[in-house]
Design a protein around this ligand. Sequence first.
Ligand code: PEP
Ligand code: MG
Length: 332
Amino acid sequence: ERQKLAQLRRLPAETMDGQTVELLANLEVPLELPLIAQAGVEGIGLFRSEFMFMNRAELPDEDEQTEVYGAAVEAMEGDPVTIRVLDWGGEKEIEALQNSGFTTEISGINPALGLRGIRMLLRNPELLETQLAAILRAGSKGPVKILLPMVTSVEEVRATREILQKVVRRLKRRGEELPARMPPLGIMIETPAAALSADALALEADFFAIGTNDLTMYAMAADRGDIEVAKLYDPLHPGLLRLIQFTVEAGLRLRKPVSVCGEMAANPKLTPLLLGLGLRSLSMNASAVPKVKLVVRNISIAECARLARRVMEQTEPAEIRDLVAEFAEKSA
Ligand code: PEP
Ligand code: MG
């Protein structure tokens, strides 16, 4: 079994009808880098930068961040690294930020609906500028992409792009080495507003990464961590699937790459459905890659599309769950 998985690493993630699927890794801490380099992925689809800000009294400066991002870029040896700027807020608490004088939460009424992700960064542009500068500098070592968390509007993307351009000018004046090409600027789709305005956002953003963990939470109005509503926190709810479908179709129409980087992407039972909805890029914990790749290699896009069509006709999560389970059994 283990040997089989090792062989699998070198085989392409290609369906039986010859469609390639891009499998990428999520990174939460740099300790995972050696594992990711061995996982048989084509890059890092989600580099969560939060770890760098946690459990310390002072914020990491530009040089420190450049080094950390640069190490990931070098470890991936030419495969792209998608670095998400700081997603602070909600349940996450960062001491260094509280000590910094930056504005992290004004009202404290509902942190999940407050100054989280890109909202907090645009409220504290220096924090964003430092991080963008470090990503750009790391990008001189290999391909990087920039990913924005918790986006709800085109203005947030426009404002970030302006800041990015300002940072580029500043780095040029300083004589820093920059990427040969400007890194793509993409956004997380993890709020219903973003999903349902994906067509407008696709005109501003270079790519989408669907964050199903938060998208499920915000769509279902059920906290990720609240066991009392864990039953409602259901990625197979038709409401959530329609948000994903709308996003994927907008991306396809406007030729912007779309990936899924939430937990859904790591669940091999859901791979056929995601491919059937039109997705061709999945980013997950490195340990999930072999199982997902195995499924990809055992199915055809044609049957996935049929499954997705049937699923999208259902109105109840239980029926969807049955269809998905039935398909998984049949193709196992
Ligand atoms: C998500 O929300 O699905 C996601 C990938 O981001 P995080 O889990 O870091 O919030
Ligand atoms: Mg998220």
